[in-house]
Write a protein that binds this ligand. Structure first.
Ligand SMILES: Cc1ncc(COP(=O)(O)O)c(C=O)c1O
Length: 436
C-alpha cells in the first residue's frame, strides 16, 4: 500500500502522504480497504484445503472502528469480542448470536449476565466461573479456553499461554471443566486455544493444533462429548522487520489440515466446524500511521528526532520492549543516500516514549517532514489513550475505489472532558473558552 519514488515522496494507496496530512492533519491512521480484503481472502483460500468447513471470526480488539470491522464482516467473518461493548459492536455490525464469540477474561457478574442474556458463543477462560454463568442461564453453546501450560514461546512476539500466563484453563482441569458444564445442562460445546500472537512459524500452528486435538480427544473419550467447533485461535503473524519473512499461510492451512484429517471426524459433530479468530493478519499491514517530525535535538550520542506519534497514539513500541514493538519508519522528502543513527521519540512525558533509542535513518530528515510508521493497523488506534492531553488521532479509510474517507474524527478537548460532570463554574469557563 506504500510507495516511495526516487525523490522519496511517499504515497499511501496512491495518495500522496502530504495530501493526506494537509487534509486530515497528523497523527492519523490510514487503512487500505483493498489490503484488508486481500488478507481475508488469502486466509480463506488457505483454509479451503481443510477437510472440514471453517469459519473465521475477526478479533475486533485489534482495530475496533466499525468501518474496518464491517469490511471483514461483509466478507464473511463473525466477530470475536473481548468485552460486552465489543459484543455490542458486533451487533451494530448486524451479526447475530451465532456469529459472535465472547472470549473475555476476569469477568464481572455484569459481563457474565450480559453474555448469557445475549446468548453469544461463550468461550470461558476460567472454569471457576461456571456456577456464576449458570446463575444467569445456560449458554446454548460453550467452550473453554485451554492454556497448554509449560513453556510457551512464540517466535518474535507475544505469548498468552504457558504456566506464567493469566489466560485459560490448564489441560489437567479440562475434563473436569467440561464435565461440570455438561452436568450443568450445557449440551453444545467448543474447545479453544490461543497461546500466542504474531507467530511467523508454521510449526507453531501445527503443534498447537496437535495439542488441542489430543486434549479434545481425551475429553471426547472420557465424557462422550463431540464438539460443534474446534477453535485454533488467532496468532497469524506479519513481518514487522525487513529481515522477517511473511508467514506461509498456505503451509499453515496444510499443517492444520494434516493434523485434522484423521481425528477431526471423530471429534466434531455432524455440522462441526474449525474456527479461527485472527486479527493482526487482516489489518496489521493494511494500516499505517502518519505523523510529523517536530524537532531534531542534538545529542552527543546521536540526534533525537521528536515526532507527534507518541506512545499514547501507538503504544506497541513502549509496551513490548524486548522485541515485539518494532515498526519500520519512512520519512517523507528524505533521500536515503546518507544514513545516520538517531533516537526517535514522541511527545509524551515518559522516557519510555521512544520508537527506538538508536535507529538508522536518512541524514536529510528535517523538521516538518512527514513520518510513516508501517504495519500499524493492528493494536494501534484501539490501544491509544489521552495521556498529557495528547489526544487520540484521526482514522482515514482508503476505499477500494481509491477514495479517502474520514472514519474517526481526531479527538478534541471537548471529547476529553465529555464524561466529566462539570459544575457551573467549570462549564461557564469552558463555554467562554469555546467562545460561546
Ligand atoms: C482470544 C483472542 N483471539 C484472537 C486474538 C487475535 O490475535 P492475533 O491478532 O494475533 O490474530 C487475540 C489477541 O489478543 C485474542 O486474545
Amino acid at each position: 500500500m506504500l510507495k516511495r519514488d526516487f525523490h522519496a515522496n511517499i504515497t499511501i494507496c496512491g495518495i500522496q502522504a502530504k495530501t493526506i496530512a494537509e487534509k486530515y492533519g497528523t497523527p492519523t491512521y490510514i487503512y487500505s480497504e483493498k489490503k484488508i480484503r486481500q488478507n481475508y481472502y488469502a486466509l480463506k483460500e488457505a483454509l479451503n484445503i481443510m477437510p472440514f468447513t471453517s469459519k473465521i471470526f475477526y478479533a475486533i480488539k485489534a482495530c475496533n472502528n466499525p468501518y474496518i470491522a464491517r469490511i471483514l464482516v461483509e466478507s464473511g467473518t463473525g466477530i470475536d469480542a473481548a468485552s460486552p461493548n465489543e459484543i455490542i459492536l458486533a451487533k451494530l455490525l448486524g451479526l447475530s448470536r451465532n456469529d459472535i464469540l465472547f472470549t473475555g477474561n476476569n469477568l464481572s457478574d455484569q459481563d457474565i449476565k450480559f453474555a448469557v442474556d445475549e446468548d453469544v458463543i461463550f468461550n470461558v477462560d476460567d472454569e471457576t466461573i461456571l456456577p456464576r454463568i449458570f446463575r444467569y442461564g445456560k449458554p446454548s453453546i460453550l467452550s473453554f479456553r485451554i492454556n497448554p501450560g509449560g513453556d510457551v514461546s512464540v517466535t518474535g512476539q507475544q505469548t498468552f499461554g504457558g504456566s506464567q500466563a493469566k489466560f485459560g484453563i490448564s489441560p489437567s482441569n479440562a475434563v473436569h471443566a467440561y464435565a461440570s458444564a455438561k452436568n450443568g445442562g450445557v449440551n453444545r460445546f467448543g474447545i479453544h486455544m490461543m497461546p500466542g500472537s504474531c507467530a511467523l512459524d508454521v510449526d507453531y500452528f501445527r503443534s498447537n493444533t496437535k495439542t488441542l486435538l489430543n486434549l479434545a480427544n481425551q475429553i471426547h473419550n472420557e465424557l462422550d462429548i463431540k464438539f460443534d467447533f474446534i477453535d485454533l485461535g488467532g496468532g497469524l503473524g506479519i513481518p514487522y522487520r525487513d529481515a522477517q519473512s511473511p508467514l506461509d499461510i498456505n503451509a499453515v492451512g496444510d499443517a492444520i489440515s494434516s493434523e485434522l484429517r484423521d481425528i477431526g471426524g471423530k471429534l466434531l459433530t455432524k455440522n462441526g466446524r474449525i474456527y479461527m479468530e485472527p486479527a493482526r493478519f487482516f489489518v496489521g499491514n493494511a494500516g499505517v500511521l502518519l505523523g510529523k517530525v517536530h524537532s531534531i535535538k542534538p545529542r552527543p550520542s546521536g540526534h533525537i528526532i521528536g515526532t507527534d506519534i507518541s506512545m499514547n497514539v501507538l503504544a506497541r513500541p513502549a509496551m513490548y520492549k524486548e522485541d515485539g514493538g518494532f515498526h519500520r519508519l519512512m520519512f517523507d522528502g528524505s533521500s536515503d543516500e546518507a544514513m545516520v543513527m538517531a533516537g526517535i521519540c514522541g511527545q509524551v512525558c515518559e522516557n519510555t516514549d521512544f520508537w527506538d533509542k538508536n535507529r538508522r535513518i536518512p541524514d536529510s530528515v528535517e523538521v516538518n517532514d512527514l513520518v510513516v510508521a508501517l504495519d500499524a493497523g493492528a493494536y494501534g488506534y484501539s490501544m491509544s489513550y489521552q495521556y498529557n492531553g495528547r489526544l487520540k488521532p484521526a482514522e482515514v479509510l482508503i476505499t477500494e475505489s481509491g477514495e479517502d474517507i474520514l472514519i474517526r474524527q481526531r479527538e478534541s478537548i471537548i471529547n476529553m472532558l465529555d464524561n466529566i460532570p462539570l459544575d457551573s463554574v467549570l462549564l461557564d469557563r469552558l463555554n467562554k473558552l469555546k467562545g460561546e
